[in-house]
Design a protein around this ligand. Structure first.
Ligand code: GLU
Length: 441
């Protein structure tokens, strides 16, 4: 049986690193198994879903090189969901409810205050036919719940291991809202059946959903996919990453200039027993990737790591892969190699490449400290105008040292700062041959 996975975002916000982790896991196991990866747009909520979010989701995946084999949209499948509902209704598995949101909230609070789990009490099942007719006459529309069998549902989770959920402690899931909107549970189950999904990998916040979905699948008469629930990513403070607040949104990372393979490299190992390695292609990753290495404990995501790994990715890519960037910022073709050899040591993102090129052609934008000015002025008088070679830095600093008696840090640091505007940066011997402008102080 060929592996078929899916990534099923709702287009109601921007994707963040936690969402992409789910996409990546599903993509990697599909690739590894020679299977297919489906992008499913969970847009049953027509009010909150919007095209802009859907486009951004696709852009995020494209940026990361996660290629889907097919796209499906839940909004095109309402007829199918309706048919399934009819079947459940006939089998007495669907029942109408009339409580308002406030009434439900009150019930919840009451149960919680008694120290009980906030499980729906099924009071709608006690409504007589007459009461229901009266509610209809009053113009009240019902929402519909799936009548769970109060059994334990057990499965072998790819990440958590053997797990069971007692459905007696779970509220009957709402399948259709009062306004007729189909909800996630029914849509997701129908889709997983129709699209032949063999593996469902998603966040551990879906564990209870999985139990109800397994029961629903059984009722509809379908086989059950393999499930895996990965830990949720948290920020360094331990707080949840939230799509709505745009924290660590992929679209922001796209514009930050970090290398997409840096994020992919981190996410393919974070929370597992494997160290984070720098990868350049998915082929390299999926050969080594296995859900078996991942733990179900919450996993902290450190945004600074993105820059550390992005730097490593850039350091290890070939010149070919940046030629386009170099051409775009105006580096002449004959300088590609020496420029890249110099620049790759000290950049974290592709945006930094431009900063270093600007330094070469325009000189630094920052001034040196006042106390260093007399020394720098003396030193600059000993520096001939460009062009320079790889030995120019050594020759110049030797002469300056002889003339001023300075050595070590007190010699090199002010000179580096004078020529680059920074106290850290590229190897000065490699930079000098590319410098076209020497500032005057
Ligand atoms: N739209 C759901 C979500 O984003 C999909 C969950 C699933 O993978 O089934 O949480």
């Amino acid at each position: 049986m060929k592996i078929q996975t899916r990534f099923a975002p709702s287009p109601t916000g921007y994707l963040h690193v936690g969402n992409i982790r789910t996409a990546l896991f599903n993509y990697l196991i599909a690739k590894k198994g020679g299977g297919k990866f489906l992008l499913r747009i969970d847009d049953t909520d027509l009010e909150r879903s919007n095209q802009e979010y859907e486009d951004e989701i696709k852009r995020d995946l494209e940026w990361l090189g996660i290629e889907w084999d097919k796209v499906e949209k839940q909004s095109r499948r309402f007829d199918r969901y309706q048919l399934t509902l009819e079947k459940l209704r006939k089998e007495g598995k669907l029942y109408p409810c009339y409580e308002t949101t406030n009434e439900l909230e009150l019930k919840r609070k009451k149960l919680l205050s008694m120290g009980k789990p906030p499980v729906y009490d099924r009071s709608a099942l006690k409504l007589s036919n007459e009461m229901i007719s009266n509610l209809k006459i009053e113009g009240k529309e019902p929402y519909w719940r799936f009548l769970l069998d109060h059994h334990k549902v057990q499965w072998e989770d790819k990440i958590i291991g053997n797990i069971s959920v007692d459905l007696a402690s779970v509220s009957d899931p709402v399948l259709v809202r009062q306004d007729g909107q189909f909800l996630y549970t029914i849509a997701s189950v129908c889709d997983d059946i129709d699209f032949g999904i063999t593996h469902v990998i998603r966040g551990s916040d879906h564990v209870t959903n999985t139990a109800t979905q397994i029961q629903l699948l059984g009722m509809i008469g379908s086989s059950v996919p393999t499930y895996g629930h990965h830990s949720l990513l948290t920020g360094l403070s331990g707080s949840n990453l939230s799509k709505r607040f745009g924290s660590l949104a992929i679209r922001d990372l796209r514009s930050s200039g970090i290398e997409p393979m840096a994020l992919v490299s981190i996410l393919s190992a974070l929370g597992s027993s494997k160290p984070i390695k720098v990868f350049h292609s998915y082929e390299e990753i999926y050969h080594e990737f296995s859900l078996d290495y991942f733990s179900s404990a919450p996993t902290k995501f450190d945004p600074d790591l993105l820059y550390v790994i992005s730097k490593k990715v850039l350091y290890s890519i070939s010149l070919n892969e940046v030629e386009k960037d170099l051409r775009k910022i105006g580096v002449p073709e004959d300088k590609f190699l020496p420029f890249w050899e110099m620049a790759k040591d000290s950049i974290e993102t592709r945006k930094d490449i431009k900063k270093i090129w600007n330094l070469c052609i325009k000189g630094p934008s920052l001034m040196i400290k006042d106390e260093d000015k007399p020394f720098v002025r003396t030193a600059l008088k000993l520096l001939p105008p460009p062009p320079y070679t790889e030995t120019s830095w050594k020759n110049w600093t030797d002469i300056v040292s002889k003339n001023t008696g300075r050595k070590g840090r007190s010699l090199f640091m002010p000179l580096r700062e004078a020529l680059t505007g920074k106290s850290v940066g590229p190897d000065m011997s490699k930079l000098m041959p590319l410098l076209q402008k020497i500032p005057s102080y």
